[in-house]
Design a protein around this ligand. Structure first.
Ligand code: COA
Length: 276
């Protein structure tokens, strides 16, 4: 490959969920640049095909398997097919997520359930059905959470609850599957732009100025900032790192506080209704 200076994943297979867009796509490209054969998983075949085309354009290897991570039987079939096609799974990145901003007192039970099903149950299904292959290769699980897993997040009770569950799941697996040589870690990304975050989270037009002012390093992140950390945490260089959460956020969680989606939501709603 032209772009990678290292090939830490040559001969390895990485599965990245939610890889049709945004951060998942950036991570799929990053793993492929370092030699991995990448299985990109997501709901929309055309988006997955775009990711595969981007990888192949750079000379990398990838293939797409469509799945809704809420469908346990389909997830099981996908993991089996990855092993049939490549013989292994070395890295599983549970990145697929659902999120939107909604005041807790207005959120319907099904709205809460949809996000928990994707984020919490979906992460478990993927992890559960990748287990045999991860065990065989002393593999690595990387779960994408958010700092609001521990701070809470006004306006995203569904996502905060689910991410807190994923954090507990990660720590549980680090302890329980360490005996098999499997590592489990989290990355907690700070605020960044992507197709998903722009559509679902950053509701206000002045979001950049507002959010950047909460980040000590003074800017929103890029998917590539997070992808570089994902490579390291999933590589042999981090072979004694397990049960950890790496904040990749310009120190936002320490000194910027909660993102407070609710505040932005209320402001946008007030401006739309003409009230102050
Ligand atoms: N505000 C309040 N409720 C919402 C909502 C919003 N913006 N968007 C969806 N919901 C509710 C729906 O009303 C529905 O509840 P109901 O049956 O009580 O009416 C429930 O959530 C499920 O919505 P639906 O669109 O049928 O779910 P889905 O399974 O097709 O989609 C979502 C799941 C809602 C998470 C959707 O946003 C999604 O697919 N997101 C994937 C991408 C994404 O969010 N990425 C994260 C980027 S930060």
């Amino acid at each position: 490959m032209q772009n990678g200076t290292q090939r830490r994943f040559a001969g390895k297979t990485a599965v990245v969920t939610g890889a049709g867009t945004g951060l998942g796509r950036a991570m799929a490209l990053a793993f492929a640049r370092e030699g991995a054969d990448v299985c990109v998983v997501g709901r929309r075949q055309e988006k997955l095909d775009e990711t595969v085309a981007l990888v192949e354009k750079e000379g990398g290897k990838a293939f797409a398997l469509s799945a809704d991570v809420r469908d346990a039987a389909r997830v099981q079939a996908v993991m089996a097919e990855v092993v049939t096609r490549t013989g292994r799974i070395d890295v599983l990145v549970n990145n697929a997520a659902g999120n939107f901003v909604c005041p807790s007192e207005e959120l319907s039970p099904n709205g809460f359930k949809s996000v928990v099903d994707i984020v919490l149950l979906g992460t478990f299904y993927c992890t559960r059905y990748a287990f045999d292959a991860l065990k065989a290769n002393k593999g690595s699980i990387l779960n994408i959470i958010a700092a609001y897993a521990w701070s809470g997040e006004p306006g995203a009770i569904h996502s905060a609850s689910a991410k807190a569950g994923v954090l507990a799941m990660t720590r549980t697996l680090a302890a329980e599957w360490g005996r098999f040589g499997i590592r489990a870690n989290c990355i907690s990304p700070g605020p960044f732009h992507s197709e998903g975050t722009d559509k679902n989270l950053w509701l206000s037009p002045d979001v950049d100025a507002h959010v950047a002012s909460t980040v000590p390093l003074g800017r929103l992140g890029e998917p590539s900032d997070i992808a570089r950390a994902a490579l390291w945490l999933s590589s042999e260089e981090a072979s004694w790192v397990s049960g950890a959460t790496l904040a990749v956020d310009g120190a936002q969680w320490l000194h910027g506080g909660t993102l407070n989606f609710r505040e932005m939501y209320d402001k946008v709603r007030a401006s739309m209704s003409g009230s102050t």
